[in-house]
Write a protein that binds this ligand. Structure first.
Ligand SMILES: Nc1ncnc2c1ncn2[C@@H]1O[C@H](COP(=O)(O)OP(=O)(O)OP(=O)(O)O)[C@@H](O)[C@H]1O
Ligand SMILES: N[C@@H](CCO)C(=O)O
Length: 312
């Protein structure tokens, strides 16, 4: 019987500009790691969390690792005991899918510990339960790419219909994480309930264009489609320097850019590593000119998603 397992789940960029709540992709640069050790008595216990500066809850009902595993055990109607050790590789409230990476790494590990009762994609509903607890919304555009890797479309939530999209060769992502936190719940609170018909038309055209661009490997089409008229205009006011950074990234050769998830991290897509690096330098200059520190990462798109590191 497997006694202990360790799994990793990558950071993610949700929305990808035009795909509010329905598109996301995974990146290689960083992620969360979860180790599980089987206990003799039933019950989930979050034993330790590293890398969170003491900010995250150890309480099982509030930690996304435990919430996700509990949802899985409820579905199986099993009472297995596990000790959970979480290592955060992702900054909190950053817009890089931090709560999602914890939940997904925990599910990948728990599924292995239990002898793989679920196919990978069938772990998604449990991860969505955990997102509800962390940010008040059952959105899947972080958990789905973190689990499956690559670009993922959530065509529908009821019932869940998730489609993995192709990743063109040579597509790079640059992430710009300015030094402040923005909670997903706060960033959702500025959005509007209703959108004008003309915005719906523009947004649908861009989502369709982005998906066609990914299938065709057409970088120009991807570039034209990276536009968001639904969330970005309202969220940009929460993001100092947003429009200046956008101009600088365009000049540096970005195919397009946008808010990563609910921000404050911004993402840019580019063709090739050199442009990704040039984008990073351009962004640092802008942030420095407005007195904000920024961490910069660039990475290929992660196509593998969550994976097992070891089992004993
Ligand atoms: N393992 C965890 N358990 C409980 N809460 C977590 C966990 N990891 C992160 N969180 C919290 O979840 C909340 C929601 O956001 P999260 O950090 O996922 O947003 P984010 O990283 O900004 O990403 P995004 O905007 O892409 O969802 C934050 O307050 C964060 O501190
Ligand atoms: N689609 C979600 C992602 C949050 O990470 C939002 O934009 O609020």
């Amino acid at each position: 019987m497997i006694r202990s397992v360790k799994a990793f789940a990558p950071a993610t960029v949700a929305n990808v500009s035009c795909g509010f709540d329905i598109l996301g992709f995974a990146i290689d640069a960083m992620g969360d790691t979860v180790e599980l050790i089987r206990k003799d008595e039933p019950g989930l216990r979050v034993v330790s969390i590293e890398g969170d500066g003491g900010k995250l809850p150890l309480e099982a009902k509030k930690n996304t690792c435990a919430v996700a595993i509990q949802a899985m055990l409820d579905e199986l109607d099993e009472q297995v005991g596990m000790d959970i050790y979480l290592t955060k590789g992702l900054p909190l409230g950053s817009g890089m899918g931090s709560s999602a990476a914890s939940a997904v790494a925990a599910l990948e590990a728990a599924n292995c510990l239990l002898g793989r009762p679920f196919e990978k994609k069938n772990l998604l509903p449990f991860a969505i339960e955990a997102e509800k607890v962390a940010c008040g919304a059952a959105h899947a555009d972080n958990v789905a790419p973190s689990l499956l890797g690559g670009f993922v479309l959530i065509r529908d939530y009821h019932p869940l219909d998730v489609i993995k999209l192709p990743v063109p060769n040579g597509l790079y992502c640059t992430l710009l994480h300015p030094h402040y936190e923005l909670n997903t719940a706060d960033s959702r609170s500025v959005l509007r309930d209703k959108i004008p018909m003309k915005h719906s038309t523009i947004q649908s055209g861009n989502v369709a264009g982005l998906i066609a661009g990914l299938y065709e490997g057409d970088f120009e089409l991807i570039s034209r489609s990276l536009r968001d008229v639904i969330a970005e205009p309202y969220r940009a006011v929460l993001l100092p320097g947003f429009y200046e950074v956008r101009e600088a990234l365009k000049t540096a050769g970005a195919l397009g850019m946008g808010i990563s998830g609910s921000g404050p991290t911004l993402f840019a897509l580019s063709k090739g590593k050199d442009t990704a690096q040039a984008i990073a330098s351009a962004a640092k200059e802008v942030y420095s000119s407005i007195g904000l520190g920024v961490d910069v990462y660039f990475s290929e798109i992660n196509t593998k998603g969550a994976y097992l590191i070891e089992e004993k």
